[in-house]
Unconditional design. Structure first.
Length: 50
């Protein structure tokens, strides 16, 4: 699938009209960008630097 901008997409990997999606540790929603629970848990569990 191509267009005027030579953009190619893989239909099997695409998800359109979703209420939210995760992307690099963040959640994209209609209300904006939010941090995922997994990302928060990883930061909370980090050891304090010495």
């Amino acid at each position: 699938m191509t267009g005027d901008f030579n953009l190619k997409i893989n239909k099997e990997k695409c998800a359109f009209a979703q209420p939210e999606m995760s992307y690099f540790g963040h959640k994209l929603t209609g209300q904006g960008l939010k941090t995922t629970e997994e990302r928060i848990a990883a930061i909370v569990k980090m050891k304090e630097p010495v």
